[in-house]
Write a protein that binds this ligand. Structure first.
Ligand code: GCU
Length: 588
């Protein structure tokens, strides 16, 4: 059985592949269905790319020209017969590499493949990757040829209880190779990752300190590396540690800080031996002080919205700069300076665009409904996947919050699991804030209590208390909102990480007619009034910017496979509530 959990060959994390030498392997790929995840039939493995050589030959699969899928892209919306296909599909890309250079190393980089991927090259299995939303790479230096290379990747979008996310979630399980595939070319010794951030201690000093860490890969590392920030006349030598990461500091004068109002990015060049990488990085600090969130030392109100990484117009995962521009453009029209990227790591292009546009981000891992908290294997996966996310987005000024869970009941195994996750994330990145989307002690939406309380023990581990509350939709009606108040035993800033209700765009009625735009607008007016009076409420991310695909939503003529809580319809048409929130943010 190909899909059994064998120890993963080490996938190498290579950051910032956008700015490296690479061969783009996107486009049409051939595919073979593997509904029972056997990986082949009758002793012929699909990864062998076998074709009979004479009339007696036998094979029971084929990568034929008429069977193609686009990469990147979810397979479900490319073929009607694959709409709800949850099993495995093998993708094949053949390519020549006439300019193959024996003095270099070659890695196959995959931006994301949902959910589990088996990567094979020229008939050799390179390794597996679990997690549908983070990047991974495998080396092919010893296998690559000038001609007739075949890259065959098996992707399985099934999830079970021991997966992250687990079996049931309120979003469409776009399966397949959902982000870019590249053949990366690097020198024998290369820069595989670097981490730069502004030291909080130096924030109010004239000369500020940038803290850095450099990770090189290879068998004969250079003794020195250099970091250059031309605009600041910085050209600094770094003495490379022979093993592990090298920490360094750069002191800078006249550093312009990154913020939503002025999203200043600096061109950064890092050189090490034969390798050189360029990036654009902004410098800012984020912290909490009592019930405030301070950006660059100043209190900030987070005018946010939740978002799925899906372009509804194309009914597919976001995978291009155009998809990112569409979604972030809508959020800017709403007057947002903050977006909660729910419930999994979104595409890197969107995060980098947020850096440019000055939009702050909340990122999370899908530790969501039904996680097997008591299973140590799941904790290991969660740490691995969060590490991949932090390695990918550590240098993004826009990203300010790591969230470790969404709507998970406070049982002991969960508390332990998430407490370890908070420590893990904080150990990798002490420069950002940690949170989780929490439900009230009373749990039930519409609970009759007039005071909603928050004493989930996990809050102790978090920097921000984030609340999901659906009073007026899943319980009660909007007219109860103004009767409620909120209290928690914690002196922490509060973000309303979800609230909202559904509306079918174009359906109109009085304000108590469910699914009408008027009901949704009324719910927003009353919810905003309820939350706005909470002491320490420093931001909100209503659920959700735009309608999104979900198998859980099957009300005919209204939902038809779409969650309708968007403020914008799947066709890009704004609903009345959009303007209620826009108006509130324009006054904030
Ligand atoms: C939940 C959940 C979302 C879901 C939303 C809804 O709170 O976090 O993933 O889509 O509510 O019910 O629409």
């Amino acid at each position: 059985m190909i899909w059994t959990l064998v120890p993963q060959a080490q996938n190498t994390f290579i950051s910032n592949t956008e700015n490296r030498t690479f061969t783009n392997l996107n486009g049409k790929w051939n595919y073979v269905l593997d509904p029972y995840m056997t990986g082949g039939m009758g002793g012929r493995a699909i990864m062998d790319n076998y074709e009979p050589t004479d009339k007696t030959g036998r094979v029971e699969y084929g990568f034929t020209p008429d069977r193609t899928l686009y990469v990147p892209g979810g397979w479900n919306t490319q073929k009607p017969e694959l709409a709800y296909f949850e099993a495995a599909i093998w993708y094949r890309k053949t390519f020549d590499k006439p300019d193959f250079d024996a003095s270099k190393r070659y890695f196959v980089y995959i931006g994301a493949a949902n959910q589990t991927a088996t990567v094979t090259f020229n008939g050799k299995e390179l390794g597996k990757h679990e997690g549908g939303y983070t990047p991974f790479s495998f080396e092919v230096t010893d296998l690559i040829k000038k001609q007739d290379n075949f890259l065959i990747i098996g992707v399985n979008n099934q999830r079970d209880a021991s997966d992250i996310p687990a079996k049931v979630h309120d979003w469409y399980n776009h399966g397949g190779i959902t982000r870019d595939v590249r053949l990366i070319e690097v020198p024998k010794n290369f820069i595989n990752n670097y981490f730069l951030s502004l030291d909080r201690e130096s924030l109010n000093k004239k000369t500020k300190t940038i803290k850095g860490k450099l990770e090189l890969a290879g068998n004969s590392l250079p003794e020195n590396a250099q970091i250059l920030i031309p605009e600041l006349q910085i050209e600094q030598n770094i003495a490379v540690k022979p093993k592990g990461a090298t920490a360094f500091e750069v002191t800078v004068k006249n550093l312009k800080l990154w913020s939503p109002d002025s999203p200043k990015l600096y061109d950064i060049i890092i050189k090490a031996g034969d390798d050189e990488i360029r990036d654009q990085i902004g410098f800012r600090t984020v912290e909490t002080k009592g019930k405030e969130i301070l950006l660059n030392g100043e209190p900030i109100f987070l005018k946010g919205i939740c978002l799925h990484d899906e372009n509804p117009l194309r009914k597919d995962r976001g995978n291009s700069i155009e998809d990112a521009q569409l979604l972030l453009g809508w959020a800017q029209e709403l007057g947002c300076n903050f977006i909660r990227l729910a419930h999994y790591p979104h595409q890197e292009k969107l995060v980098r665009l947020a850096d440019k546009l000055g939009i702050l981000l909340w990122e999370e891992l899908p530790l969501y409904w039904g996680i097997q908290w008591e299973n140590p294997e799941v904790l290991k996966k969660a740490k691995e996947q969060y590490t991949e996310l932090i390695y990918r987005d550590y240098n993004r000024a826009s990203s300010i919050v790591w969230s470790i869970a969404n709507e998970t009941a406070p049982i002991p195994s969960r508390n332990e699991f998430l407490s370890e996750m908070a420590d893990h994330v904080r150990s990798l990145d002490p420069t950002r804030l940690i949170s989780a989307a929490i439900k009230k002690d009373q749990e039930l939406d519409g609970h009759p209590d007039s005071v909603y309380t928050y004493n989930d023990p996990l809050i102790e581990k978090l920097d921000i208390l984030s609340i999901n509350e659906y009073l007026g939709w899943y319980g009660g009606l909007p007219d109860q909102c103004r009767t409620k108040s909120f209290t928690s035993g914690f002196e922490k800033p509060i973000i309303i990480s979800e609230f909202g209700g559904g509306a079918l765009q174009g359906f109109h009625g009085d304000k108590l007619t469910r699914w009408s735009e008027e009901f949704q607008a009324y719910l927003y007016e009353e919810s905003i009034a309820m939350f706005d009076k909470i002491d320490g409420m420093v931001g909100m991310t209503p659920w959700i910017l735009v309608d999104f695909m979900s198998p859980l939503r099957q009300l005919p003529g209204v939902q038809d496979g779409w969650n309708r809580k968007g403020l914008i319809s799947e066709k890009g048409v704004k609903k009345k509530a959009f303007y209620v929130l826009k108006d509130y943010y324009s006054k904030k």
